[in-house]
Design a protein around this ligand. Structure first.
Ligand SMILES: [Zn+2]
Length: 370
């Protein structure tokens, strides 16, 4: 298990390098227990991997849905090199060790042990690991699009780092790009142009007063909005014809993303009425719906009982979970590793936690499928 985790970290599955090397590590590991898997590869180095442990039984299958990719190492310096999977003081250090290669190593190991034990399963286990969770969820979307033939599911488990809490809800995300369009002219004659940065100031003023409508959610709290990037102008002596901002909105299950976008368009129309030279556009950079699994449903109750955990919680981060809800089964997020270490320098996971996760996943598989 430790070697598998180290190899997964060494596969360096960032957006630049793609996921293929990570998929191959899993395929080889599963192969050692005679488990076949299929790597679905595109654009050279992008990859998903799928393995299905077929059973003779008729129970609903369990889908374990992981992601292969990680964010980059970032600018800050690391105590240990980020892609070597160094072991120190009972931890494995490296980018992705917690998010979520520790979870992958645990579920792959649990599945191998179940298969090697020869226990008769009454429903299938499906292991899936996706490309692109950290960027555009391309791998999860591709899987859901092509999942014809997938057996009926009892439930979906996402082995993301939750430090062994059972998570049933998270906010969605709606990333918007707003572009103001002006008219370029020489910097010495601004009266002949339309300054896109000045137009953006009007947008920012408008956003200052704009409150997205929402009802606070009992687990997830409030919807939030923050303008986090701005770019405009190329040279100091040209009136800019374009200015962009990037807005990060975190949404609640009851909110409709289209309504938020319609609000933006209404605001722009009002600004154009006041100033006919104003022109702006809004587009979606990325969106993931909020996740809300009914924590009183049978699957969640049974899952908690198998894990020996009494309560379910919500988290601040977003997962691929909402993309899988169209498969018609409840989704829970549960795995080893501390969520606060994700995306930071010196990311690590305690080896004991990964070992504990192997036992948890085996218990869950046995509870549902035997
Ligand atoms: Zn993750």
């Amino acid at each position: 298990m430790k070697q598998l985790l180290r190899k997964l970290v060494q596969a360096e599955t960032t957006a630049e390098r793609g996921e293929r090397a990570g998929a191959e590590v899993i395929s080889t590991d599963l192969g050692q227990s005679g488990i076949n898997s299929r790597i679905d590869s595109w654009d050279g180095n992008r990859a998903n991997i799928i393995a299905q442990i077929k059973s003779a039984g008729r129970r609903g299958a369990l889908l374990f849905a992981c992601h292969l990719d990680t964010v980059g190492p970032g600018e800050a310096s690391w105590k240990y090199p980020p892609f070597e999977g160094i072991e120190s003081e009972g931890r494995i250090y490296g980018r992705g060790s917690a998010d979520m290669k520790g979870g992958i190593a645990a579920i792959v190991t649990a599945i191998r042990q179940i298969v090697e034990s020869g226990v008769k399963l009454k429903g299938d286990i499906i292991l899936f690991a996706a490309a692109g969770e950290e960027t555009d969820s391309c791998g999860a979307k591709r899987f859901v699009r092509n999942c014809g033939g997938t057996p009926e599911l009892a439930g979906i488990v996402i082995p993301e780092p939750t430090d062994f809490e059972v998570i049933t809800a998270h906010r969605g995300l709606l990333w918007l790009k707003v572009t103001t369009i002006g008219k370029a002219t020489h910097g010495s004659t601004p009266e002949l142009g339309v300054n896109a940065i000045a137009s953006m100031r009007a947008v920012l003023d408008e956003l200052e007063n704009y409150k997205i409508r929402f009802e606070p959610h009992k687990l997830l709290g409030e919807c939030s909005m923050s303008v986090n990037t701005i770019a405009g102008g190329k040279t100091i002596n040209v009136v800019p014809d374009k200015c962009d901002i990037g807005i990060d909105i975190r949404t609640l299950p009851a909110q409709n993303h289209q309504n938020i976008i319609a609000d933006f368009q209404k605001n722009f129309a009002r600004l154009k009425q006041k100033n006919p030279e104003f022109d702006a556009d809004v587009s979606i950079v990325r969106e993931v719906k909020a996740l809300e699994t009914d924590s009183s449903c049978d699957f969640v109750k049974e899952f908690c009982s198998a894990a020996g955990i009494n309560e379910t919680r919500a988290v601040g981060f977003t997962t691929d979970g909402p993309h899988f809800t169209s498969l018609g089964a409840p989704v829970v997020i549960f795995g080893p590793g501390k969520p606060e270490l994700c995306h930071k320098p010196d990311e690590y996971i305690d080896i004991a936690d990964v070992e504990k996760a192997v036992e948890y996943y085996k218990n869950i598989i046995l509870r549902f499928l035997t």
